[in-house]
Design a protein around this ligand. Structure first.
Ligand SMILES: C[S@@+](CC[C@H](N)C(=O)[O-])C[C@H]1O[C@@H](n2cnc3c(N)ncnc32)[C@H](O)[C@@H]1O
Length: 305
């Protein structure tokens, strides 16, 4: 018995359990070992590994079947990440989209350490379970990966101009309090970065169960000259829509609780649309009434690492 276990036994506590999935190839990790507090502060200085520019990044560690030589990036192999799931959480969307677009590279971006570790192990296990499948075959899971990063700071470090064809913002942290709205993942400033990495006609998906956040995202996207909303009737044949609505862990939770889901999907325009008179960034609707933001049920945030 280790010293730590002996102390634990003396204290009458259950010994700390650890995920052992990596000892058995193909064994899926268990979420219970990868739980972390709900929010990571996007303004903290997390210890993150990011490239100075997209061409410096080594994609072979993410997609070894597509970039067999270590140190290869998109320009060398002709393959590039095309879909990015921002705040991918436990990875449900990537796993649902992977077989639908088996030769498209997709990256989940997640700020929480443990959650990113879980997704990485989940993808490794799925790849091992399906190692007889060809690289571009559905369910080989060779086209999905995850990176621990802060999407509010480093998007242009990972993706060059116009690289992405789809960007997903599914059930983003709502940051209810007014003084925390600046931490929301969709803001006017950040939309300029998302427009930069999305190619013309690329698509940006947002889904949330929080009505105020939905209105916030729609308002900022409507105000942005490079985004135009796609009417819901034009989304009927989009195979991504059922996935964004129902395949993420958060989406499933909302469904279990019989909550609402609000979808808004935008096309990245080639040329900026004509806007009316500039009204500034001040919200045109009231999000919550209390001045100090008390009583909205959100925890205080702190850096988590
Ligand atoms: C409410 S969860 C939703 C997760 C997933 N999209 C889903 O629908 O199940 C929001 C996720 O975004 C992550 N996140 C928040 N801010 C982020 C940031 N700046 N960069 C990357 N991930 C972030 C959080 O850690 C969390 O896992």
């Amino acid at each position: 018995m280790s010293a730590a276990d002996a102390i634990t036994k003396l204290q009458g506590k259950r010994p700390l359990e650890e995920d052992t999935s990596e000892l058995t190839p193909g064994k899926l990790p268990q979420k219970k070992y990868f739980r972390q507090r709900a929010h990571a502060n996007p303004f903290s200085d997390h210890q993150l590994d990011y490239p100075v520019q997209p061409s410096d990044y080594d994609w072979s560690k993410h997609y070894p079947a597509h970039f067999p030589a270590a140190g290869t990036n998109g320009e060398a192999s002709g393959k590039e990440v095309e879909f990015a799931d921002i705040g991918c959480g436990y990875g449900g969307l990537l796993i649902a989209l992977s077989p639908l677009f088996p030769s498209t590279l997709m990256l989940g971006m997640e700020i929480r350490v443990k959650v990113e570790e879980y997704v990485e192990k989940r993808i490794q296990a799925l790849r091992s379970q399906n190692d007889s499948k060809g690289r571009d075959e559905a369910e080989s899971y060779q086209n999905i990966s995850v990176s621990r990063m802060n999407a509010m700071k480093f998007m242009p470090n990972f993706f060059k101009k116009g690289q992405l064809s789809k960007l997903f913002f599914l059930f983003p942290d709502p940051h209810f309090k007014k003084k925390k709205h600046k931490a929301r993942i969709v803001t006017s400033t950040l939309l300029a970065e998302y427009a930069y990495v999305l190619r013309p006609n690329g698509i940006l998906y947002t889904v949330t169960d929080v009505r105020d956040l939905h209105l916030w995202m729609v308002k900022h996207l409507d105000e942005h000259p490079l985004f135009e909303r796609i009417p819901e009737e034009d989304l009927r044949d989009d195979p991504c829509v059922p996935c964004v609505m129902g395949e993420t862990e958060e989406g499933k939770k909302v469904e279990r609780n019989k909550g609402d889901k609000f979808l808004a999907v935008y096309r990245r325009l080639e040329k900026g649309k004509e806007l009316g008179e500039w009204k500034g960034f001040k919200p045109i609707f009231e999000v919550g009434k209390d001045k100090d933001g008390e009583g909205d049920g959100e925890e205080e945030e702190a850096g988590d690492d």
